[in-house]
Design a protein around this ligand. Sequence first.
Ligand code: SF4
Length: 199
Amino acid sequence: MKKINEIFYSLQGEGAHTGCPSVFVRFSGCNKRCSFCDTQHEVGVLMSEEDIIAEINKYPARWIILTGGEPSMWIDSEFVEHLKKATGKLIAIETNGSLPVPEEIDWVTVSPKCGMEGAGDYPIRVKKADELKVVDVGQDLEQYFTYPCVTFATKMYLQPCYIPDVKENALNTQRTINRILSDPRWTLSLQTHRLLNIP
Ligand code: SF4
């Protein structure tokens, strides 16, 4: 049984797969306590693998996105293989990188929170990242290129930290744009689901 917060069908809002129709499987709970966490992931119900698969198969998406909370707390190779076989879909994960992830996953997005308020310092245990998605809180960005999971092929996304105040949010976004323009190894990621008002 796995504790699931929600399963829903929408467009991926952020990063390399922005706009891709995807089934989101949000696992409950996280091993970090970031002060800026904007996900209500603690509430959840226990679901069997078969129930999870039945819910996923209601939707025509090509991609399943395992998210949370921290999904790597709940999954192993056997689960990922079962999911792939039973749904015929591709599997992506969004992880804080603190735990290893099964090699069978098709797309790994690491969103590191190392050193951020509430998360503490921790080593990245993911072996290979297809994408690194960093929330810009004004931190040193050079550190991310030293992660062992980052290769030349890893897509590096910088995303402004969302601030509810419209004016402050615009200033914050401009700061992120300026950082990217001065270091073109980065690409802008926006939370387009917020702009579109979709889940
Ligand atoms: S790692 Fe992500 S899900 Fe976990 S507390 Fe931090 S922001 Fe929230």
